[in-house]
Design a protein around this ligand. Structure first.
Ligand code: NDP
Ligand code: PMR
Length: 400
């Protein structure tokens, strides 16, 4: 157990790569929090009743992947005169693996959704869709590299040219670089984790908001995947290095590492912290969208923590020992583990469940896999910070 605990600690708690110490103990405060206390506060909240998805029969024939076809308007008269609903059209970023792929699969299996898999590696995504058994008429792969604003704009153009409506956008893709000693950068010169996870998605969702507004689907949604590790009101969020955006001086400085810091709070580069900070930005952005646009557009804005999906590619940059021990640690010790399949069902619920239409919510699931509205940490629910992150981000992505 001593070995397990040590090897599961983050870089700040002495992770070794190639035999070299990575960093020293910075903060051991989280050891004071008992797991049962945490689980009580994080998992035992009111369970929402899951209702059956009941949107009626489909009226649209198969749509071939890669083809540009205008989708018919939402309600059509079926031959027998009943009103039926067309397939929903959902973009999922990072659908080539993990949560994104599992969500695409879960949605495709309902037969009610056409999934646009927005991925940086076209062939990987095609292969992933095939091996997950997603039927060809239920998905289209479109190229999107969130680490390049040009690519984001190009994706939006291509998507519009496809003639498909946009009913739901899921900002899911992310990178996590816990062992990086030096920062790496996006095409536009921003630290890679915040640049991809937050800024790329910020530009994408701002540009696609107009498309969502035009949708005539009964429930239009914009979902940005968050995480427990960005929330310092949880045990997981207290594992160092903790998320902290500070006064946003690094973000305002452009995160370029030349004359400015690569970290949002202006501190020294730390890959694990950069990821957690990016998740705080994701959760703040969702709330700022809600405040600015929910009433006017009727769009549901939501975020979620899908559970600890300890087997995904997110941990590919971590040391092998971590990748080996992390799943059993989460399964048997924290009990926060969820399978990719289960996490996909959860996100698919946020996409399509008629009972999850409330906007501005950060969804989580309890032990019985029932969804509930979770509490965000103080920082992740700070309205003033959300506005500032929004205003700085729109300058950085060239929208202001
Ligand atoms: P994966 O690594 O399996 O999936 C991440 C996806 O993002 C991959 O498809 C990856 O593409 C894609 N991606 C990475 N960079 C880019 C880019 N520049 N442009 C386009 N796509 C990109 O990880 P998960 O499935 O675990 O992560 C999905 C989401 O879930 C993330 O937002 C993560 O923060 C969140 N999450 C995960 C948890 C977990 O325990 N795993 C817990 C809480 C939240 P490629 O396949 O080409 O690498
Ligand atoms: Mg965590 C209930 C306790 C709990 C939960 C639900 C998670 C989820 N983690 C918990 C506890 C702990 N973790 C404890 C006590 C430790 C110290 C041994 C610990 C360590 C740890 C590390 C080193 N945990 C991690 C890491 C990572 O590198 C992961 C990370 O932070 O990625 C950013 C991680 C995670 N723990 C989680 C979840 C969901 C992650 C994945 C991160 C995410 O996507 O947000």
């Amino acid at each position: 157990m001593a070995l397990q605990a040590a090897s599961l600690l983050p870089s700040a708690l002495s992770v070794h790569k190639e035999g070299k110490p990575n960093a020293s103990l910075k903060d051991a405060g989280f050891f004071g929090v008992s797991l049962s206390e945490h689980q009580k506060s994080d998992l035992n909240l009111t369970a929402r009743t899951k209702r059956e998805f009941s949107q009626g029969k489909l009226s649209v024939g198969p749509i071939r992947a890669q083809t540009a076809i205008a989708t018919p308007s939402v309600i059509r008269a079926a031959p027998e005169g009943k009103k039926t609903l067309r397939k929903g059209s959902v973009i999922v970023t990072g659908a080539s693996s993990g949560l994104g792929l599992a969500t695409a699969k879960a949605l495709a299996e309902t037969g009610k959704w056409h999934i646009i898999m927005a991925c940086r590696d076209f062939l990987k995504a095609e292969r992933a869709a095939k091996s997950a058994g997603i039927e060809k008429e239920n998905y289209t792969v479109m190229h999107l590299d969130l680490a390049s604003f040009d690519s984001v704009r190009q994706f939006v153009d291509n998507f519009r040219r496809s003639g498909r409506p946009l009913d739901v956008l899921v900002c899911n893709a992310a990178v996590y670089l816990p062992t990086a000693r030096e920062p790496t950068f996006t095409a536009d010169g921003f630290e890679l984790s915040v640049g991809t996870n937050h800024l790329g998605h910020f530009l994408l969702s701002r540009l696609l908001l107009d498309d969502l507004k035009k949708s005539d689907y009964p429930s239009k949604r914009l979902i940005i995947v968050g995480s427990i590790t960005g929330n310092t009101n949880t045990l997981a969020g207290n594992v160092p290095p903790k998320a902290n955006l500070g006064d946003l001086r690094g973000l305002a400085g452009g995160l370029n590492g030349l004359n400015r810091s690569t970290m949002i709070d202006g501190g020294n580069f730390d890959g694990a912290k950069a990821y957690k900070d990016s998740k705080v930005c994701n959760m703040l952005t969702m709330q700022e969208f809600h405040r600015r646009y929910h009433e006017e557009t009727g769009i549901t804005f939501a975020s979620l923590y899908p559970g600890c999906i300890a087997t995904t590619g997110l941990f590919r940059e971590h040391i092998p020992l971590f990748r080996l021990l992390f799943p059993p640690f989460q399964k048997y010790i924290t009990k926060g583990f969820v399978s990719e399949e289960e996490s996909g069902k959860r996100l698919a619920q946020v996409v399509s469940d008629p009972s999850l239409t409330k906007s501005g919510v950060y969804w989580s699931w309890n032990k019985d896999s029932a969804s509930f509205e979770n509490q965000l940490s103080q920082e992740a629910s700070d309205a003033d910070k959300a506005r500032k992150v929004w205003e700085i981000s729109e300058k950085l992505v060239g929208l202001a």
